[in-house]
Design a protein around this ligand. Structure first.
Ligand SMILES: [Zn+2]
Length: 248
């Protein structure tokens, strides 16, 4: 059996956390305890592979320690895992409070996305945005979050893109249905559509201040509508729909 990158990082983390050298048997026990079904030979191949790549160093019968490079790789992997778990947790919306935080986070980042898009969007991206807001109403229903995602991409700012990619993760697509329902109940859908058109007009006029301001107005409105909807006895509706969003 071949060892996997997941096994490899589990071993690096284990050796890194361990005081002193670690023997092959302890590594095998650790992997099995964490659900990896490994044979002795898989473990010994994995360890010699790490030796060859100068991530671990064998101290003979005492076991192995991490090299300087091995420690660096283990530390980076830990940072990656921590970041992944922050992002994974941010995608789990449980209640009205989480949903409002999500929208407020979007307001903070999307105002900058809209500003940058006005300055940096390529002509074909402006054309695509225009097509999105001019399409017939039935098609527009599916394009609300895609519209916002496209503005994030068109910012051509990789800091913004890294965050918007998470905010508009496909796993949050069902959230669109919830927001549309709130829009319908609060009688806000037509206004939201008009705001989308205004944002595109500002981006296509290369009006950065205008695009930013209009995006803030748009998200402020959505936050307000969500609060109103929740406060008029519908918090449970939001909670039920959020619970149906499967993030597995
Ligand atoms: Zn919108």
């Amino acid at each position: 059996m071949r060892h996997t990158p997941a096994m490899e990082s589990a071993v690096l983390a284990f050796v890194s956390d361990h005081q002193g050298p670690v023997g092959a048997r302890a590594v095998a026990q650790h992997l099995r305890k964490h659900g990896f079904d490994v044979s002795e030979s898989t473990v010994s191949r994995l360890l010699s592979d790490l030796d060859e790549r100068a991530l671990t160093q064998s101290l003979g019968r005492k076991g192995r320690i991490l090299t300087e490079e091995g420690s660096r790789v283990a530390a980076n992997q830990q940072l990656d895992r921590r970041r992944e778990s922050y992002f994974a947790d941010a995608l789990i919306l449980r209640d009205v409070h989480d949903l409002l935080d999500h929208l407020a986070g979007r307001r903070g980042i999307e105002r900058e996305a809209a500003r940058a898009a006005a300055l940096r969007a390529r002509p074909e991206e402006v054309t695509r945005l225009r097509a999105m807001v001019e399409s017939d109403p039935a098609a527009r229903w599916r394009e609300r979050l895609a519209f916002h995602k496209t503005i994030g991409d068109a910012s051509h700012n990789k800091q913004i893109q890294a965050i918007t990619t998470t905010l508009f993760d496909e796993r949050l697509d069902p959230l669109e249905r919830l927001l549309i329902m709130i829009g319908i109940k609060q009688d806000a859908l037509l206004r939201w559509d008009r705001e989308h058109r205004d944002i595109v007009a500002a981006i296509s006029d290369r009006d950065a201040d205008g695009a930013e301001r209009l995006m803030v107005v748009h998200l402020d409105g959505m936050i307000h509508e969500t609060e109103q909807f929740a406060n008029s006895g519908n918090a449970h509706v939001i909670h039920t729909l959020l619970a149906e969003i499967d993030l597995a």
